[in-house]
Design a binder for this molecule. Structure first.
Ligand SMILES: NC(=O)c1ccc[n+]([C@@H]2O[C@H](COP(=O)([O-])OP(=O)(O)OC[C@H]3O[C@@H](n4cnc5c(N)ncnc54)[C@H](OP(=O)(O)O)[C@@H]3O)[C@@H](O)[C@H]2O)c1
Length: 438
């Protein structure tokens, strides 16, 4: 018997959850096999090293998790000690920052400070949004880290009592990049801080690359369709008649997710896009697709919907897109929602209520960008977003939501800058650009 066994076994258990699976110094599992607890199981519970005494083999095992736990399949172990995981994070990292208006570049800077409700994510992949490039031109915050969409691994939690996500979890989400009030945090960096309730835990079947494309898209769809337009949430009672919703720009990264979610809400999405994307939007659930370049596009939409269209989500937002949405909405009017500030001259019908959404309000932080982007903090938006992320997580877990098509490009801060330039010039069509970070 090892000397340690003469004493009461010492546990250094990092949280109560772990305690519940340890009984009187034995590891319990339904099959009594230690292989039920792979390394990741322990890591998620904050344990990195373990010392156990194998009762059957009368041997002491000590070391990193995989040493005793995967080499033996004995039924009973005395746990002698567990050491909390210490994922070491460097004090500094490289982040893509706003150097001056319209100019960004890699800079060595401090790792973001964690707030109690946040986790720190070691970023593996990021995805580019037109938003990332535009915001640096329209409202640059010099010194701020840019970028919203990311995927990676949780390496630290702001509060030791946080139960989900856990250290080691694969996660994705989006942050408020180019934030003048929090210069140290943005997605285009090696580490990013994010509120735990505004994160997706990546299902096993989904790659980091695909998951990196989801944050802004899913968040925007939630804020636009359900908070702003007030449509029925997926899973709530479905309308009996076809209830049409137009997604103008159905082949955009936001549009493809909006179409899928509208279907889950029991609604009937229709879309505009280029003819080469008709098959894509229909495969995702659009009942009909219309070419926005056709001079009769608005009239075709009104005819197809029999004058019953009452909701339009405009993912493009210019005078042309607004005119088609307004023409498509039926004679009794409805709601028009855009993703960018809409041209006021496009508001040509009193019976249509126009609005535009900025998904960044979901963080309940003031948006101190220039007008018209400036916003006060909105606690209700954060409340809704937390609920929406839970709903969207269920759809991701069940594998029914397809990510937007994406291309993984060669790693490198300069390559990302070229990608952002291409987005601004409108050279990217139908795909999201994804870049490895670490
Ligand atoms: N307010 C917010 O919170 C928020 C959030 C996310 C995005 N946005 C904004 O929403 C817009 C869409 O972003 P995204 O990332 O979803 O788009 P995206 O994936 O970059 O959209 C690319 C697609 O847009 C279509 N397109 C481009 N120019 C067009 C035009 N003049 N008319 C009609 N369609 C056109 C093209 O579709 P086809 O190839 O089929 O022609 C193209 O494939 C951007 O302006 C972005 O800044 C705002």
């Amino acid at each position: 018997m090892p000397p340690e066994m003469k004493h009461k076994p010492q546990y250094s258990v990092p949280d109560g959850d772990l305690n519940s699976e340890i009984s009187a110094g034995y590891l319990k599992s339904p099959s009594d096999e230690i292989s039920e607890f792979p390394e990741t199981w322990w890591l998620r519970r904050g344990v990195s090293r373990i010392r156990v005494y194998d009762i059957n083999l009368l041997r002491l095992f000590t070391g990193p998790l995989d040493t005793p736990l995967t080499s033996q399949r004995s039924s009973s172990f005395h746990i002698l000690s567990l050491s909390p995981a210490t994922m070491t994070t460097p004090a500094r990292h490289t982040a893509l920052k706003v150097l001056q208006s319209g100019k960004i570049g890699p800079v060595s800077s401090r790792i973001p400070d964690l707030r109690p409700d946040e986790v720190l994510v070691h970023v593996r992949y990021v995805a580019l949004n037109p938003f990332d490039a535009k915001s640096v031109d329209l409202s640059p915050s010099v010194g701020a880290t840019v970028g919203c969409d990311f995927s990676g691994d949780v390496v630290a939690t702001g509060s030791p009592t946080m139960l989900k996500p856990r250290i080691g979890d694969r996660v994705s989400g989006c942050v408020f990049g180019n934030n003048p009030d929090r210069l140290d945090n943005g997605a285009f960096a090696e580490y990013v801080a994010i509120p735990a309730e505004l994160l997706f835990v990546i299902p096993k079947e989904l790659s980091y690359e695909a998951a990196a494309t989801l944050g802004v898209g899913l968040a925007t769809v939630g804020m636009a369709l359900y908070l702003s337009l007030g449509l029925p949430l997926p899973g709530s009672s479905s309308p009996t008649n076809p209830s049409y919703v137009l997604v103008y720009g159905g082949s955009t990264a936001t549009g493809t997710l909006a179409i899928q979610m509208l279907r889950r809400s029991g609604l009937t999405p229709i879309a505009t896009c280029s003819p080469h994307n008709f098959a894509l939007v229909k495969s995702l659930g659009a009942t009909a697709a219309f070419d926005y370049k056709s001079p009769t596009c608005g009239a075709q939409i009104r005819e197809f919907t029999n004058g019953t269209l009452a909701y339009a989500l405009d993912c493009i937002t210019d005078t042309h897109s607004m005119a088609i949405c307004y023409e498509g909405i039926g004679p009794t009017g409805g709601k028009y929602l855009s993703l960018d500030p809409f041209p006021i001259r496009g508001h040509t019908r009193r019976s249509v209520k126009p609005n535009w959404v900025l998904s960044l309000t979901m963080y309940n932080q003031p948006i101190n960008w220039k007008r018209p982007f400036k916003r006060d903090a909105r606690p209700k938006d954060r409340e809704f977003a937390a609920r929406w992320f839970q709903i969207a997580q269920e759809f991701l877990d069940s594998g029914v939501i397809q990510s937007h098509p994406y291309q993984v490009r060669e790693a490198g801060w300069e390559n990302m800058q070229c990608g952002l330039d291409s987005l601004l010039k409108g050279e990217v069509s139908g795909v999201k650009l994804v870049y490895p970070i670490s």
